[in-house]
Design a protein around this ligand. Structure first.
Ligand SMILES: [Zn+2]
Length: 428
């Protein structure tokens, strides 16, 4: 038997190529980097934490990159709609927790790797838990979860203790109709630009207004939404819509098709109909693969110092061809997480406090859904406890100029986050 045969079942030869890479300096490797066994040990002993919707790709990549101690959190169970792109899951796994099934699958395939799953939310764990890891890699699908892990990791940094700084590698793909965009970011909490610094680069995509859907559809998806949200209510009020019922989907499809003909819009298909009503994001398996590969290779570089890591933001656009662009996002002094100044916000002084509060959900620089707020002197609006809510509720009707002064600072809290957000309000 030839010794060059790779035998994945025993595992050892699987890493030969990787060990070669890790045993010689590259053109950009640090001067103080000693290639060889130490680097390999650093890789194998690095405890890595991973979470999120890019989980299958990231977990597979980490295991195949030689990491041996991986912890993974995911709260979801496997749905039939996951099977086309989340390749660690099979028909028989439907209904089981993703974290456990993925961990067992990768452990079976890559011998010697230990994967510890936890079924739940990243927010269930505290600083002590995150402190055990060397690197955190996330492919989370919600901005709320990203902001939470970001502020937690920034809050953990103790300048006296270098071990308390946990690099955060964040990968994201945009989930919306027909989009194939994504980004990979390397964040060194407190040292480099953080997720909160970059918040306004990820403005919430406005939902298609109901009036567009109702009156002037422009895209095939608008016709499907019309059939789903409006026509169903009018024509089949007594049937509860079930997105798994083929007759229901067919009805939506035919109704949407008819409407698309009226407005000379092309492209309504059965598959798109299913995708829109079930909110399934179509055909971005390849985007996930690109972003997961990029983020995992950053983890490898940081764990072993074999090459310089990304500084600090790579964006990917794959709708027409393949395009990537890398730049260094700036750390912001008015970042509510890693900066120390209040963030400036222009507001209309005649807006009511209630409207202002509603607007914070949409404003790119805030994106807070359930804010409470106060000035240094008084509480403007407080959601909890109920007595305080009742007491501050009349303020919602007042205009901003009756409550705060031009240039005044307010502190905003939101149940999704552990920190306060400071904004300085400037009247337009
Ligand atoms: Zn920041």
């Amino acid at each position: 038997m030839s010794t060059s045969v790779i035998t994945p079942s025993t595992g050892q030869n699987r890493w030969n190529h990787l060990h070669k890479v890790l045993s010689k300096p590259g053109p950009f490797s640090d001067e103080d980097w000693v290639p060889g066994q130490d680097t390999i040990n650093a890789l194998e002993s690095s405890k890595i934490f991973g979470a999120g919707g890019l989980g299958c790709e990231i977990l597979k990549n980490l295991a195949l990159s030689g990491f041996k101690d991986i912890h993974v959190i995911d709260m979801d169970t496997i749905d039939i709609s996951n099977l086309n792109r989340q390749f660690l899951f099979r028909q028989a796994d439907i209904g089981k927790p993703k974290a456990e099934v993925a961990a067992a699958f990768v452990e079976r395939r890559v011998k010697g790797v230990k994967i510890t799953p936890y079924v739940g939310k990243i927010q269930d764990k505290d600083e002590d838990y995150y402190m055990q890891f060397k690197i955190i890699i996330c492919g989370l699908d919600s901005i709320e979860a990203r902001r939470w892990i970001n502020s937690t990791l920034v809050g953990m940094v103790d300048l006296e203790d270098p071990e308390s700084l946990k690099p955060l590698i964040d990968g994201g793909t945009e989930g919306s109709w027909l989009s194939a965009r994504g980004q990979a970011r390397v964040i060194l909490p407190t040292l480099s630009s953080c997720i909160e610094c970059q918040l306004d680069m990820h403005a919430p995509r406005p939902a298609v207004p109901l009036c567009t859907i109702a009156t002037i559809p422009r895209q095939p998806q608008h016709c499907i939404e019309w059939a789903h949200q409006i026509a169903w209510q009018e024509k089949r009020k007594d049937d509860t819509f079930d997105s798994d019922d083929m007759e229901h989907i067919s009805w939506i499809y035919n109704t949407a098709l008819e409407r698309s003909h009226q407005f000379h819009i092309h492209g309504v298909t059965f598959q798109m109909t299913q995708g829109v009503v079930k909110n399934i994001i179509p055909a971005i398996a390849s985007t996930n693969a690109v972003i997961a590969a990029s983020t995992t290779s950053e983890v490898l570089k940081i764990a072993t110092s074999c090459n310089p890591y990304l500084e600090n933001y790579m964006m990917y656009a794959g709708e027409e061809g393949v395009y990537t662009y890398t730049f260094e996002a700036e750390k912001k002094a008015d970042c509510p997480v890693c900066g120390n100044l209040a963030r400036n916000m222009n507001v209309d002084a005649n807006m009511t406090l209630g409207d202002f509060i509603d607007s914070l959900g949409e404003k790119a620089e805030a994106q807070l859904k359930k804010p409470s707020m106060r000035t240094e002197e008084k509480t403007l609006y407080q959601r909890f406890p109920p007595q305080l809510e009742e007491h501050t509720r009349p303020n919602l009707q007042l205009k901003l100029r009756e409550l705060v002064e031009d240039g005044q600072e307010i502190a905003v809290s939101d149940p999704a986050y552990t920190i306060d957000f400071r904004f300085r309000l400037h009247f337009k």
